[in-house]
Design a protein around this ligand. Structure first.
Ligand code: KIV
Ligand code: ZN
Length: 519
């Protein structure tokens, strides 16, 4: 039996990056796009070109660099957005414009358009997009809360105007599997011209049903799933790419659909997205969580030793996890490090990159008896900091039962060294106060989280912080065997990202602040 193909549309760089604090730098976006392209994603939604100069540049460059994936950009239902989107994606071997408008009563009320006026707007904007690009995707935002008749009417208009893919978003994660399947099935059965286009499903996870709803939509006839790595996305996130792809692979018996995804690349890209977005993956997350292939209870361990299939429905290697995990130590040489990094998916390191990693590995191995795979991944995912405006040069902290806890700090700010001594309510507070004294800012710390990379008292700590400044949010992450040093670096990393955001963001241009002016 030949399986029907399901296209994988990844929107980590657009819908995923929209989640508060998940902002990525230009270099990070290019890197994630390259990994998505390599893993076989059919369509990459690379950004929202009109949102900022940074988004425009990222989408244009990704369009130029992509080898096999179609490159898509998002545009609201106005000519200015669509023209800007085309300017960015037109460099791609295979470009796509994705234009959308909120069709539900709540969303129609925002631009204050009547049903007829909105129908006309859809006709005009899709026609305009199609005159620029052969590949046009149209989405009725909040489709699952749009009146059935109006949804059919707008989908028909978009198809007639030249849309080649119709995406049905469950914008607020409101639908349920049976309804999701019926919605697509009924649209295909009802709307004239539906057989000539591809229907896509785009689900959010507010009720924890995004993956189930996406797979149900495929049952109903959708042939494109929109998703993000690790399910990154606004609020509770989007459908997770790894979940739908592995579900199709493992349950091909009841869901006979194929994808082009090389599943062995999943673990690497998941870790990379977690590192650059600052959104750590929860331990028990399906497929990519730290515990997804861990077995603790005696019965499970016994079963695993006798036959792994007793408690595993897929092999760790299927998602790119290496079977063995022998730690390296301070006597391990460059060849052993290269071999281990190859195993972990870093197989194209140039000699000078390896040299740099080796120095950092030796430094870590001096402080830590055994360097595990997770330690190496934390090290590899550490931002080199070369381009950062703010850098930590040194830190000495006094802490313990006798106060005051004090932090003596030297930072490099825009190339010049500055130093201070600050006190605080504990060593971390003193450290953050020192950063604030050296680089005064109004950003508020929203979240401070510490977790251990591996086990033992010499384990590295990974620290995540989230900061907010005038509605802009940025996260920072760092790992170190010294928790306070990791905290300082994570805090400074978040500040560096906020500085980038300050330069890049053009307030008022985001998906939620849908403006219908500038047509
Ligand atoms: O969730 C949503 O409705 C979206 C649209 C822009 C497609 O992300
Ligand atoms: Zn969305």
């Amino acid at each position: 039996m030949t399986k029907d193909k399901v296209l994988i549309f990844d929107t980590t760089l657009r819908d995923g990056e929209q989640s508060p604090g998940a902002t990525m730098t230009h270099a990070e976006k290019l890197e994630i796009a390259e990994l998505l392209d390599e893993m076989g994603v059919d369509i990459i939604e690379a950004g929202f070109p009109i949102a900022s100069e940074g988004d425009f540049k990222a989408v244009s460059e990704i369009a130029r660099l992509a080898k096999t994936s179609t490159i898509c950009g998002l545009a609201r239902a106005n000519y200015k957005d669509i023209d800007r989107c085309w300017e960015a994606v037109k460099h791609a071997r295979s470009p796509r414009i994705h234009t959308f408008i909120g069709t539900s009563p709540l969303h129609r009320a925002i631009p204050n358009l009547t049903m007829d006026e909105m129908a006309q707007r859809i006709h005009d904007t899709v026609t305009h997009a199609r005159n620029l690009c052969e590949n046009v995707q149209w989405s009725p935002m909040d489709a699952t809360r749009t009146e059935w008749d109006y949804l059919c009417r707008t989908v028909e208009i978009a198809i007639k105007a030249g849309a080649t893919t119709i995406n049905i978003p469950d914008t607020v994660g409101y639908t349920a599997p049976v309804e999701s399947a019926d919605l697509i099935r009924n649209l295909i059965a009802t709307v004239p011209g539906a057989d000539d286009v591809i229907f896509a499903t785009h689900c959010h996870n507010d009720l924890g049903m995004a993956t189930a709803n996406s797979l149900a939509a495929v049952e109903g006839g959708a042939r494109q799933i929109e998703c993000t790595i690790n399910g990154l996305g606004e609020r509770a996130g989007n459908t997770a790419l790894e979940e739908v792809v592995m579900a199709l692979k493992v349950r091909g018996d009841i869901m006979p659909f194929s994808t082009e995804i090389d599943t062995t690349k999943i673990m690497n890209i998941s870790r990379r997205v977690a590192a650059v977005s600052g959104f750590a993956v929860q331990f028990n997350k399906a497929i990519v969580g730290k515990n997804a292939f861990a077995h603790e209870s005696g019965i499970h361990q016994d079963g695993m030793l006798k036959n792994a299939e007793t408690f595993e429905i897929m092999r760790p290697e299927d998602v790119g996890l290496s079977g063995t995990s022998l730690p390296l130590g301070k006597h391990s040489g460059r060849a052993a490090l290269r071999a281990k990094l190859n195993e972990l998916g870093f197989d194209d390191l140039a000699d000078n990159q390896l040299k740099d990693v080796f120095v950092r590995f030796k430094d870590l191995a001096d402080r830590k008896k055994e360097v595990f795979d997770d330690d190496l991944l934390a090290l590899m995912h550490q931002n080199s900091g070369d381009e950062d405006r703010l850098k930590l040069k040194s830190l000495r902290v006094v802490c313990g039962t006798e106060g005051p806890q004090t932090a003596d700090m030297v930072m490099e700010i825009d190339g010049a060294d500055v130093k201070t001594s600050a006190t605080g309510d504990g060593p971390v507070d003193a450290t953050f106060n020192a950063v604030k004294a050296l680089f005064p800012h109004g950003a508020r710390l929203q979240l401070y989280q510490v977790s251990a990379v591996t086990e033992g008292t010499d384990a590295q700590a990974t620290v995540s912080v989230r900061m907010e400044e005038e509605g802009r949010i940025a996260t920072g992450q760092s790992a170190d065997t010294d928790t306070v040093v990791a905290s300082a670096k994570a805090y400074i990393n978040a500040l560096n990202r906020l500085l980038v955001r300050r330069e890049e963001s053009a307030p008022g241009y985001d998906v939620k602040g849908v403006s219908y002016k500038d047509r």
